[in-house]
Design a binder for this molecule. Structure first.
Ligand SMILES: CC(C)(COP(=O)(O)OP(=O)(O)OC[C@H]1O[C@@H](n2cnc3c(N)ncnc32)[C@H](O)[C@@H]1OP(=O)(O)O)[C@@H](O)C(=O)NCCC(=O)NCCS
Length: 152
């Protein structure tokens, strides 16, 4: 496989949105999968922080983040199952960190489902640390682990 990864801003176009929605349903359950309107809301916050990773002419993954007064708030990052463990998630996060830093923010936060062990392992590897828990965060009542990364 050609493993070259190109990171760029999401283009708000049918073909891109279809690929992203397909990734969403292939990696998240029905409670967590974002719908088109969720992406639309986040795209309005910070289109420059809605990024996709392209590999072999396809969208291999995406990340969406917004800028809040004190920090970057990362809503979702997901990689198509065909492209897991190839560094795509790391590349998207690295690009996000650069952009959030350029806004002068020193921290990125995320919420992770308690049972998402692979997600938790990924964030930990990326330098995120747990700073709290939020019971009943998800629609099915599961707890969220609150994590943050301090940007150096
Ligand atoms: C979690 C996720 C984003 C990781 O993306 P990825 O592109 O496969 O991650 P990378 O290849 O950049 O992995 C970087 C490191 O993170 C860790 N990691 C990634 N996936 C992991 C897994 N399934 N289990 C344990 N550690 C993992 C490893 O240390 C990995 O380095 P290595 O491959 O050299 O061992 C991807 O598995 C995914 O889309 N999962 C479903 C959606 C999701 O849970 N998103 C996060 C929601 S909070």
């Amino acid at each position: 496989m050609n493993t070259e990864i190109t990171i760029r801003q999401l283009a708000w176009q049918e073909s891109e949105l279809q690929q992203i929605l397909k990734i969403e349903t292939s990696v998240f359950n029905a409670f967590d999968a974002y719908q088109l309107e969720d992406f639309e809301r986040w795209f309005h916050y910070n289109p420059d922080l809605c990024l996709v990773a392209e590999m072999e002419g396809r969208i291999a993954g995406y990340v969406i983040t917004r800028i809040l007064p004190r920090h970057g708030d990362l809503a979702s990052l997901a990689i198509h199952p065909d492209y897991h463990r190839l560094g795509v998630g790391s590349a998207l996060l690295e690009a996000t960190v650069e952009r959030v830093r350029a806004y002068g923010k020193k921290k990125i936060t995320i919420e992770v489902r308690k049972n998402n062990l692979s997600g938790l392992a990924f964030w930990k590897k990326m330098g995120f640390i747990t700073f709290g828990r939020q019971p009943d965060f998800y629609e099915d009542g599961e707890e969220a682990i609150l994590m943050k990364k301090v940007l150096s």
